[in-house]
Design a protein around this ligand. Structure first.
Ligand code: F3S
Length: 298
C-alpha cells in the first residue's frame, strides 16, 4: 500500500498557533486590528493579514490618541514597561504571549524582587529576551556565549536566578550554566527551554527513517527548516525542501510507497495541508492505476 504521513509537530508550535489564531479571531470582530511587531516571520501569513487590514506597529511612538482598535501582543511577549504603555493607549490589548514565556516573566519578576540577580541565557537582540529583561526589578545579565559566561562577574556578591530563552539550545545552555556554577554564587537555575523545537526534530527523524521520500516545507531563509531538512536527509536520501506545493515535482513521487511530510516552525497549516492533500490524492490515483493494470493483466 501507499502511505502519506504528516508529522504531528509539523509547522507552528502551540504558542505561535495560538497567537496567529488570535489575530484571525480578532479580524472577525471587525475592529481595526494591530499587531505589536509582525505576528510571525512568514511572508505569506503577514501578507494575508495585511490584505485583511491588519496593521503592524513596531514601536510605541507609532501610537497616538487617534489609534483605535485592538492590538495583539505576539507570542514572544513584551517588557512590563511596553505592556503598561500599550495598556495606557486607546487600544484594547489582547495578550497572545505564549504561556511558557509568560511563566518566565513571572519567575523573573518574583526572583528579582526577592533579591536575586537575573541571568538570561539567550540572544540579547531577540525580542523574547528583550521582553524578559523588562520584567526584572534590577538590571539583568544576558549570557549568550562561552566568553560571556567566562566574563560573568558580579562585583557585589549576590544570589542568582538563571533562566533561558525558550528556543535556546539545551546543550549550550547546560555548558554555560556549568561555567557560571563554578563561580561560587548561590544559584537558582530554571530550565525554561521549550521542547517544541526538539520534538519537531525528533519526530521528523523518526518519520524520515520510515519513509521512502520526505517533504520538508518551510521558508528558504528559515534556519529551523534548514535544520529539519538536514536531519531528514540523514535518514532518507529522497528528501525534498520546498516552500509551497508549486515547488514540488509530482512525477518524482510516482515510485515511492511511503511519503512523510514535516514543516518548519513558521509554516502555516494551509500550506502543509495543501501538500498533504495533493500527495494523498496522488497516492489514490496511483493505486487506482496500479489496480487497473493488475486487472487488465489478470
Ligand atoms: Fe512556541 Fe511557546 Fe515554545 S511560542 S516554541 S510553544 S515557548
Amino acid at each position: 500500500d501507499y502511505n502519506v504521513n504528516i508529522a504531528e509537530s509539523a509547522g507552528f508550535c502551540f504558542g505561535v498557533k495560538r497567537a496567529v489564531d488570535t489575530v484571525y479571531q480578532q479580524i472577525d470582530k471587525q475592529d481595526t486590528v494591530y499587531t505589536f511587531g509582525p505576528i510571525i516571520h512568514n511572508e505569506e501569513v503577514v501578507n494575508d493579514l495585511d490584505k485583511k487590514g491588519v496593521k503592524v506597529i513596531n514601536n510605541l511612538e507609532e501610537l497616538n490618541d487617534s489609534t483605535k482598535g485592538t492590538i495583539i501582543i505576539r507570542s514572544h511577549g513584551v517588557s512590563k514597561e511596553v505592556q503598561e504603555e500599550i495598556e495606557k493607549s486607546n487600544l484594547t490589548v489582547v495578550d497572545a504571549t505564549c504561556p511558557f514565556v509568560k511563566k518566565i516573566h513571572r519567575v523573573v519578576a518574583k526572583e528579582s524582587e526577592a533579591g536575586r540577580h537575573i541571568v538570561i541565557i539567550g540572544n540579547p537582540n531577540h525580542p523574547e529576551v528583550i521582553g524578559i529583561l523588562g520584567w526584572s526589578k534590577e538590571p539583568v545579565t544576558v549570557v549568550e556565549s562561552i566568553e560571556d559566561a567566562n566574563n560573568f562577574n558580579l562585583e557585589i556578591e549576590k544570589k542568582l536566578c538563571i533562566v533561558a530563552q525558550t528556543t535556546f539550545s539545551y546543550k549550550k545552555f547546560k555548558d554555560l550554566v556549568e561555567i557560571i556554577s563554578k563561580k561560587g554564587y548561590d544559584i537558582l537555575v530554571l530550565n525554561t527551554i521549550c521542547n517544541a523545537t526538539e520534538e519537531r526534530q525528533t519526530e521528523a527523524r523518526e518519520l524520515a527513517s520510515q519513509s521512502d521520500a520526505m517533504i520538508v516545507i518551510g521558508g528558504k531563509n528559515s534556519s529551523n527548516t534548514q535544520k529539519l531538512y538536514e536531519i531528514c536527509k540523514e535518514e532518507c536520501e529522497d528528501t525534498y525542501y520546498i516552500q509551497t506545493l508549486s515547488d514540488l515535482d509530482l512525477n518524482q513521487f510516482k515510485s515511492f510507497r511511503s511519503v512523510g511530510i514535516t514543516a518548519g516552525a513558521s509554516t502555516p497549516n494551509n500550506i502543509i495541508k495543501e501538500v498533504h492533500t495533493t500527495m494523498s490524492e496522488m497516492s489514490f490515483e496511483q493505486l487506482l492505476e496500479e489496480s487497473l493494470v493488475t486487472i487488465h493483466n489478470g
